[in-house]
Write a protein that binds this ligand. Structure first.
Ligand code: FPP
Length: 232
């Protein structure tokens, strides 16, 4: 079973912190360690694409201090860690609306995207100010701008923020929730979804391995029957 693209909804940072009587942001700080683990896991195991849901469009509704902490954390990670990933041949791309991001972070994003654009080792997408419905609507608006009357699914794909990456094979959500929360709605149409009670700050490389092992047991039929797959 080919595993080319893993997408992760990193959830449970706040609860992890609350359980330890720490401020919510302490959970985000610990969550960064797990981001590093996930990236390393993918590099070491030949996974070609990793998409991480770092900040959803709906997350702007959080308390102002938490939003600004998350933006600072991200900005610090780009500055301190993402250039190291460049040395490891990682292509970094940010997907999302970006219109509400401040200029400092926007400049950082543009620079790291340019610097890493020709890398081919791991393709890392950070979903920032992203939502699946936004992704689809921005595609539709660009299609209208292009004055197209009809469109095929294959052509529609080209307008999505994730193009030209393949759809996720495995979609992981931590923290016991079993919903997609507006993440990659079109692209997850045939993803295998792995829901684990582990909170994101506890989602170590071992946990990632468990998710991958689970994925390997799945039979992906893409609408066909089991018998058809065995015959082919
Ligand atoms: C969800 O937990 C997590 C987030 C909204 C932020 C995720 C960000 C990071 C892990 C750090 C920065 C990322 C990168 C790519 C360097 P929650 O706060 O919703 O947890 P809760 O549901 O328990 O409250």
């Amino acid at each position: 079973m080919t595993l080319c693209h893993i997408a992760i909804i990193m959830d449970g940072n706040g609860r992890w912190a609350k359980k330890r009587l720490l401020p919510r942001v302490a959970g985000h700080v610990r969550g960064v360690k797990r981001v590093k683990d996930a990236v390393e896991y993918c590099i070491n195991n030949g996974i070609e694409y990793l998409t991480l849901f770092a900040f959803g469009r709906e997350n702007w509704a959080r308390p102002e201090e938490e939003v600004s902490f998350l933006m600072k954390l991200l900005s610090e990670q780009i500055r301190k860690e993402f250039y190291k990933l460049n040395e490891k041949g990682v292509r970094i791309r940010f997907i999302g609306d970006k219109s509400r991001l401040n200029k400092v972070i926007l400049d950082q994003i543009n620079d790291i995207q340019n610097v890493t654009s020709n890398n081919t080792n791991l393709k890392l997408n950070i979903a920032l100010d992203y939502s699946g419905t936004y992704d689809i609507i921005q595609a539709v608006n660009n299609i209208i701008k292009d004055k197209r009357q009809t469109i095929t699914e294959q052509e529609f794909e080209k307008y999505l923020l994730t193009f030209p990456d393949p759809h996720p094979d495995l979609l992981i959500r931590t923290s016991g929730e079993s919903r997609l929360s507006n993440f990659m709605l079109w692209q997850s149409s045939y993803s295998e979804c792995y829901f684990t009670p582990k909170l994101w700050p506890d989602f170590t490389k071992r946990e990632m391995e468990l998710a991958v092992n689970w994925f390997k047991t799945r039979e992906r039929r893409f609408g066909r029957t089991s018998e058809q797959l065995k015959d082919s």
